[in-house]
Design a protein. Sequence first.
Length: 116
Amino acid sequence: MHVHTSAFADDGPFERLPAADVVDGAPTTSTRELWSDGGPVEAGVWSMTPGIARDTEAQEIFVVLAGHATITIGDAAPRTVTAGDIVSFDEGDETVWDVHETLRKFYVTRTATGEE
């Protein structure tokens, strides 16, 4: 099957993050899967509304389509990302996302379990 969609199509539905993952605010996320190999590889569009949350990452590369955030990976210095930036994570990276303006990214992930 071929997918033809806009990277800027309406997101949704947005869902609350687990309380244990929220550091500040009330961020919500939306995931729109666009492709999967039926196993551990998936591609799609993900968005997060303003707030601060922590996550444990899959192996991933993504392009920021819109928005503005500061991401901290482990003990590394925080990095600001905006539209056009390309970012990669290793599986298991512990991150903190401080989203200042709703962030939208196109991602490709690969996990050992096949789950993002």
